[in-house]
Write a protein that binds this ligand. Sequence first.
Ligand code: TZP
Ligand code: MG
Length: 220
Amino acid sequence: MRRAFDPTLYLVTDTALCAPRSVPAVVAAAVAGGVTAVQVRDKTASRRDLLALTRAVQEVLAPTPQVRLVVNDAVDVALLTGADGVHVGQDDLPADEVRGLLGPDALVGVSVGSAADLDAVLALPPGTVDLVGLSPVWATPTKPDAGAALGLAGTRELATRARAAGLTSVAIGGVHAANAAAVAATGVDGVCVVSDVCAAADPAAAARTLRGALAGRVPA
Ligand code: TZP
Ligand code: MG
């Protein structure tokens, strides 16, 4: 059965930004601080290492089953680990193929950087995509090739259309505690962060601060 997904504060991991701490250690702290969902993302890891990393994060998340685990790109890793879902970008496997591989209960997320990207998602059969990651809100050193910034106005436009179509939306790219409330006010269901938590001296405190900034602004 499909399990509920809380997108309020969605952590996307970056192994280099977590170092010298391990990704699972940072995830554990971040969840203690209030992160509601986790995506394992490592563009440089071998498939073998990504599998091991995903399993290690899964272990850390075992005591908090309400915090869903999503794998970036790697459908094979998601299948092998029984992770909750996969997030794909515009150059990854098509969302309908991912849905076909993972089945109806998985969470399928897609990155959307323009109205045309959203049009393509909305043209798919209902139930193909659960979540769109609106990105990037702002340019970010974490992903220099993320494409043109949507800004708050562009994010709002896409979030409004996503909501009307019954899709969950989250916003990513340059989101930090100081601007999280403004991002949430665009109408997204949650915000995604990488560096604000992964690079923080105290990831638990960083997550707590973000949750404070989001309190009452996104559906909890
Ligand atoms: N996709 C679009 S922007 C981005 C990803 C993975 C990185 C966001 O990183 P940060 O550090 O939260 O700006
Ligand atoms: Mg990708």
